[in-house]
Each structure stands twice: as C-alpha cells, then as structure tokens.
Ligand binder design. Structure first.
Ligand code: DAH
Length: 337
C-alpha cells in the first residue's frame, strides 16, 4: 500500500512540469509543505512493521530529495539563472563557441603564392586594363592581320571600328598586352609580372570558361638569354610544386616570341600520370620591341604567360573550372589559408 503510493508520487514528480510561479507554489504546497503528500507518508510510519521501517524511511527520504531537487531546478530556471550558463561563466575550461572566420578564394590563394615566388626572384608587379584595344592585344604583339585569334570565334569584340582613326576594342584575350603598356611607359631594364583576368569567346564546359586568369612575366635588359628564361621557369616550378617536380620544356610557337617554348609538368604518379602544359614562354620577338621603340640590337628579353585557373585546379584536385566562378560558399570555405 505505502509502497505503491511512494511509487505513484515518484512518477508524478518525474513528469511534473513547472512553468510558472503559480505552478511552483502549487508544487511546493503539494509535495514539500507540512500538509503535503510526502509529509503525510512520514506520518504513517507508525503503521509500518518494525523490520521494514528502515527501508521505507530510505525510500521516503529519497522521494523528498527528488521533490526538493525538482523544486530548486524549476525555481532557478524561472529566475532566469540557467544552471548551465551559470557554470559556463565560471568554468574557463569550457571551449568557446567557434567564431566563423572568412576564407580566401582558391584563385586568390594561387595568385598570392605565384606572386610571392616572383617577388623572391626579383620581379615587380604591373597591371593593365581588361578592356583593350586591338593595337595592344594583337598588333603590337606581332599578330598578323589575318591571325585566327582575331576571329569573332575567340575574341569578344566590344567595338568594331568604323573609322580609320579608331581602333577595335576587345576584352583582352591574354595578359600579354600589359607587356606593351609597361614598355611604353618604362625604359628597360624591366622585370615584372602582370596578373589579370582574360576573356575568350568559348563555350562553357567543365574544362573551358569564357573568363580565366593569367600571370604574364617580362624581363628586358641587355644580354638576356634563353638560359636565363629556363632557369627562372625551373626555379618557379620547384618553388610552386616542390624540388622533386618533373618538368619538360618543348618548342612551340607564339607570334610575340622567337624562339618559343612551352613547359609541362608531370601530374600524378609514375604510371597513371600525364604531362600537363602550364605555361608558354620565349624570347621577345624583335618586332615587339620595335613596336614600343626599343632597339632590338641593344636590348633583348624573355616573356612568359601561365594559366592561374589551371594551376589552381591541379593543386586542389578539382575537375570543373566552373566551380571557381559560381561563388558557392560551401565550396569556397574549404580552402585553407
Ligand atoms: N599569351 C599566351 C596565351 O594566352 C601565353 C604566352 C605565351 C605569354 C608565350 C607569353 C609568352 O608572354 O611568351 O596563350
């Protein structure tokens, strides 16, 4: 009998919800006051057989403690002092809630690393406009008038000139025109890199996009040699990819360099890897120097141009160039500073 009443009060206590001052007072009167149900149990101790008294006493005391705890918890909560936050304020070992930090775009990280390497190799930095005229983008770079890159297929023409004193305007198709701008305003020696965004009228796929990024390089001085170019490029790939990087240099063609080369690095492991082109380069063509009134008999130089997006895709193992331009924050926040 008594046992059952103890159990049923215990159940009531366990499910009791105290959500207001009034409920708290009712709870106190019901379970903890002199006339409450728990006190009533103690009063019946006299009828318990002596051999069970100790056990019953323990159960009733446990019941009373439970009611007191429940009362205290509800009371603190109603007073707005939550026991958890109270402890957190006092306990310096509890970890702080993380503060979200910003992150750098993978292209920014790659740009930064390329720039840092060329600063160490003695290059300064220069830039030019994204909206270019035909002279800087093509003519001064020794593109013949009928060169296929001038075709509407590859180049975004912003203005097709209708007057002889007006040049075509294009979204620059490469960063090489910045070489021309730099040489128009700076006398050699010049040693600079020129990072920037470029545009081509290409269909959008996982591998090609209508905009991407290049870093151009230019060094003009007396007695600049092909050996110096290759030495700089090898230093660059070693600093970028580590001393064990496997690379090759092969002949190529560009209108603005003669001779021209391309550099590939071996990507992947010994058996399943492949050669990937990362840059074009060469000795600046004498026609280019003449276009900016530099005497090719006195000065020579080298130039190179590399694709930043390609380098970023490789280093992060990504296979779709479009992810670089969609600005999905869940993608962008994955890159360590
Ligand atoms: N402008 C070339 C391109 O967009 C890349 C390039 C090749 C730049 C050779 C150079 C160079 O300066 O010397 O494909």
């Amino acid at each position: 009998m008594l046992n059952e009443r103890i159990l049923s009060i215990q159940n009531e206590l366990q499910i009791a919800e105290i959500e207001s001052e009034e409920m708290l007072e009712t709870f106190r009167l019901t379970y903890l006051s002199k006339n409450g149900v728990i006190q009533a149990l103690f009063k019946e101790m006299g009828s318990v057989p002596p051999e069970s008294r100790a056990e019953m006493g323990q159960k009733m005391n446990a019941l009373k403690t439970l009611a007191q705890e429940k009362f205290q918890q509800a009371k603190s909560k109603l007073e707005g002092v939550q026991s958890d936050s109270f402890r957190a304020a006092d306990d310096i070992s509890i970890p702080a809630d993380p503060t979200p930090a910003g992150s750098l775009h993978p292209l920014s990280i790659t740009h930064r690393d390329i720039k840092q390497i060329f600063y160490r190799l003695g290059f300064t930095i220069a830039d030019g406009p994204e909206l270019e005229d035909d002279f800087h983008n093509f003519t001064a770079l020794n593109f013949p008038p009928d060169h296929p890159a001038r075709d509407m297929q590859d180049t975004f023409f912003v203005r097709k000139s209708e007057r002889p004193d007006e040049d075509d305007l294009v979204l620059r198709t490469h960063t090489s025109p910045v070489q021309i701008r730099l040489l128009q305003k700076t006398k050699p020696p010049v040693r600079a890199i020129m990072p920037g965004r470029v545009f081509r009228n290409e269909s959008v796929t996982a591998k090609s996009y209508f905009q991407f990024h290049q870093v151009e390089g230019l060094y003009i001085d007396r007695h600049v040699t092909m050996a110096a170019l290759i030495d700089t490029l090898v230093k660059f790939v070693k600093m970028m990819y580590g001393n064990d990087v496997k690379y090759q240099v092969r002949p190529s063609f560009f209108p603005f360099t003669e001779p021209s080369i391309e550099m590939d690095i071996w990507w992947g492991d010994k058996n399943s890897g492949k050669w990937l082109e990362i840059l074009g380069a060469g000795m600046v063509d004498p026609n280019v120097l003449q276009a900016v009134n530099i005497d090719p008999e006195e000065f020579s130089g080298y130039a190179f141009g590399m694709g930043v997006d390609r380098i970023a895709l490789l280093r992060y193992g990504m296979d779709d160039i479009r992810t670089l331009y969609e600005n999905d924050i869940r993608f962008l926040e994955q890159f360590p500073l």
